[in-house]
Write a protein that binds this ligand. Structure first.
Ligand code: SF4
Length: 540
C-alpha cells in the first residue's frame, strides 16, 4: 500500500497539470490536442459538450461488489450521468464536468481504482477471459497472474511512456486462444505434466494493419511470467517507433524485423532480464461458493425460461452458474449500479466482471437464486431482462459519434436498427430464433476506423465513414466480411472493395445475409462465421 501511495504522489503533479490544462482550455488558452496530451495516458479524454470521460482500469473487468458500489457513490457525488462498459473490460465515467475531474480521480484512487494506463501510449488494461476460475473448461485460473502483472507494471515508468499503446491479455482455456492471438502479447494457460505455464502469442492486434500474432513461446513456465512481460516492455520502449505513429504498434516492428529477427531480439531481452514474479494470490472460489445464498422460490413462465436459458452458464461448481446481465449500449446509471449492488448483496456473491461485449457477468450465483434475480430485475431494472431477450443486446457496437470525439457514425443507433430487423426475422422464423440470437454476437459496428468494436475479427462488421455520392457527403459504412478464428481456419475480416453503403441500407443488408444463412442451414450445418467466410471467398 505504501508503495502505491508513493507512486500516486509521483503521479499527482501530472493530475495537477491536467486540471490546470482543463482550466486553460476552458478559457481558450490551450488547444484541444495539448489537453489530450495531458489526459490520454490516464484514459481521460475530452468529450462533446465540454465534459470529460475518465476510463478506470480493472484487470479482467473484475470489481468487488464494494468497489462497484463505490462507483455509484462517486457518480452521485460528482453528478456523473452514466458509466459505460468498454470493449476492453474497462469502466468509463462519462460526461464528467471539467471542474469535477480532479475530485473524481482522487475519490477513485482512494477506493484503489486507478487510471494510470487507461489510455494513450501506455501499457493498457489487461484483458482476461470472462469465466476464468469458474469455467468448466478452465485449464487454471489466470486472474491472479493478470493481477500480479498489473500490480508490478504499475511501478514501471517505461510502461507508461511508449511510442504507442501496448495491450496484453490472459486466457484460461483454448476457447479464447484467438482473442489472445490478436493482442500485442497474449498468454494462454497451459499445463505440462502438472507444471503450470503459458503459450505466448506476440505481435497481433486490431485496427490499422490488423494481424493475427505469432507464437513467441510454446511454453513459458509460470515463474517466468513477469520476466517475459518486462522483456517486452523494455524492448518496445527501446525499439518502438516514436516518429511515425501509424507504424508504431508492436506488430509493425515485428513485420519490419521479420518474426524470426524479432524473436531473436526478444529472447536477448528475455535472457538478460532477472525480475521475479510479484505475489500471486490464488482465489479461493470454493469458499465463495459455500457462502452463496440459496433460495426457495420457483418461476415457470415461458419468458423466465427463455431468459434463464440465455443468460446462465454452468460453472465447474455443483448448482452454481455464472449470470450474464445484458446492458443496453453498455451504459449504466448510478441508480442501476446501486440496484445491482443490492441484488448482489442479497445473493451474497463477491464480484462482478465487465465483458468485452460490454455486458456484466456475475461469476458465481447459486442456481436456486435465479428466479429471485429474475423477479428483482424485472421490478427494479426491467431493461436488463428485456435487453437480454432482444437480439439487439447481442450486437457489439462502440459508443459511436454521439459520444466519441473522433467518431464519424452513430454506431449504437445502427446496432439498434439492425437489432430491430433481426428481431423481426426471428418473429418470421421462430424455429431459428435461438440461432439468430446466438449468431448476432458476430456482428460488430465501429463508428470510425479506430475499430474499437473489433471489426477486424468480425464475421460481419461495419466501420463508419462519409462518402461523396452524387456530390453530396453521405453517412455510410464500409462492409467487412469473413473474420474467423477457429483451430482450422484463421482469417481477419476482409474489407469488401467498394461495398460502402449508406447507413440506412445496413440493417436491410444484415437481415438479408441472415435470411440467406438460415436457408443454407437447411442443407449444411455451419456457423455464421463459416458461412460469412465461405461467402466472401466465393463473392470477393
Ligand atoms: S471506433 Fe471510433 S467512434 Fe467508436 S469508440 Fe472507437 S474511436 Fe470512437
Amino acid at each position: 500500500m505504501e508503495r502505491i501511495e508513493e507512486k500516486l504522489k509521483d503521479i499527482e503533479k501530472e493530475y495537477l497539470e491536467l486540471q490546470e490544462g482543463i482550466i486553460e482550455y476552458s478559457n481558450n488558452n490551450l488547444k484541444s490536442a495539448d489537453l489530450k496530451k495531458r489526459g490520454s495516458k490516464f484514459g481521460i479524454y475530452e468529450q462533446k459538450g465540454k465534459t470529460m470521460m475518465l476510463r478506470l482500469k480493472a484487470v479482467g473487468g473484475e470489481l468487488s461488489i464494494e468497489k462497484f458500489r463505490s462507483l455509484a457513490n462517486i457518480m452521485k457525488k460528482e453528478e456523473i450521468p452514466y458509466l459505460h462498459l468498454s470493449t476492453r473490460q474497462n469502466y468509463q465515467l462519462h460526461e464528467v464536468d471539467f471542474e469535477k475531474v480532479k475530485d473524481t480521480i482522487e475519490l477513485c484512487n482512494s477506493k484503489e481504482m486507478y487510471f494510470r494506463g487507461g489510455g494513450g501510449n501506455t501499457f493498457r488494461s489487461i484483458l482476461v477471459s470472462t469465466y476464468t476460475g469458474v469455467d468448466k473448461r478452465n485449464i487454471f485460473d489466470v486472474m491472479p497472474y493478470a493481477r500480479m502483472v498489473e500490480n508490478e507494471v504499475f511501478f514501471m515508468d517505461k510502461a507508461f511512456d511508449f511510442g504507442r499503446k501496448l495491450k496484453i491479455g490472459f486466457s484460461n482455456s483454448l476457447d479464447d486462444e484467438f482473442v489472445m492471438a490478436v493482442q500485442d502479447m497474449g498468454f494462454i494457460a497451459k499445463e505440462i505434466n502438472g507444471e503450470r505455464g503459458f503459450k505466448v502469442y506476440c505481435g497481433g492486434g486490431m485496427g490499422r494493419g490488423s494481424k493475427i500474432g505469432h507464437v513467441l513461446i510454446e511454453f513459458l513456465p509460470e515463474d517466468d511470467l513477469l520476466r517475459a512481460v518486462k522483456a517486452l516492455i523494455d524492448l518496445f520502449y527501446d525499439r518502438g517507433d516514436r516518429v511515425n505513429r501509424m507504424q508504431a504498434r508492436l506488430r509493425f516492428l515485428v513485420e519490419k524485423m521479420g518474426f524470426e529477427g524479432f524473436k531473436k531480439l526478444y529472447l536477448d531481452y528475455f535472457e538478460k532480464e532477472t525480475i521475479k514474479n510479484g505475489k500471486i494470490s490464488k482465489i479461493d472460489y470454493e469458499k465463495k461458493v459455500k457462502e452463496l445464498k440459496q433460495f426457495e422460490m420457483t418461476e415457470d413462465s415461458e419468458k423466465f425460461k427463455l431468459w434463464q436459458d440465455i443468460c446462465t452458464k454452468e460453472t465447474k461448481f455443483k448448482d452454481v452458474v455464472s449470470l450474464v446481465l445484458y446492458v443496453k449500449n453498455g451504459d449504466l446509471t448510478a441508480e442501476d449500479i446501486e440496484k445491482l449492488y443490492i441484488l448482489m448483496k442479497e445473493i451474497n456473491t463477491p464480484t462482478i466482471r465487465a465483458t468485452i461485449n460490454q455486458n456484466l457477468v456475475i461469476p458465481l450465483v447459486h442456481k436456486s437464486a435465479i428466479p429471485y434475480i429474475y423477479r428483482y430485475l424485472n421490478e427494479k431494472i426491467p431493461e436488463i431482462v428485456s435487453e437480454t431477450i432482444s437480439i439487439r443486446g447481442q450486437i457489439r457496437a462502440c459508443v459511436g459519434a454521439k459520444v466519441c470525439m473522433i467518431g464519424v457514425q452513430d454506431s449504437a443507433a445502427i446496432a439498434d436498427a439492425i437489432g430491430y430487423e433481426l428481431d423481426q426475422l426471428a418473429k418470421e422464423f421462430p424455429q431459428y430464433r435461438k440461432i439468430i440470437f446466438k449468431e448476432a454476437k458476430n456482428i460488430r459496428i465501429s463508428g470510425c476506423p479506430s475499430s474499437c468494436a473489433g471489426v477486424p475479427v468480425a464475421p460481419l462488421g461495419f466501420i463508419g465513414l462519409k462518402k461523396k455520392i452524387n456530390d453530396k457527403l453521405v453517412d455510410c459504412m464500409q462492409v467487412y466480411m469473413g473474420g474467423i478464428l477457429t483451430e482450422s481456419v484463421q482469417s481477419l475480416a476482409f474489407e469488401i472493395p467498394n461495398l460502402i453503403l449508406p447507413i440506412d441500407e445496413i440493417p436491410i443488408l444484415v437481415k438479408s445475409l441472415f435470411k440467406d444463412y438460415l436457408e443454407v442451414l437447411q442443407v449444411y450445418d455451419m456457423t455464421f462465421s463459416s458461412y460469412m467466410y465461405e461467402r466472401r471467398l466465393e463473392e470477393f
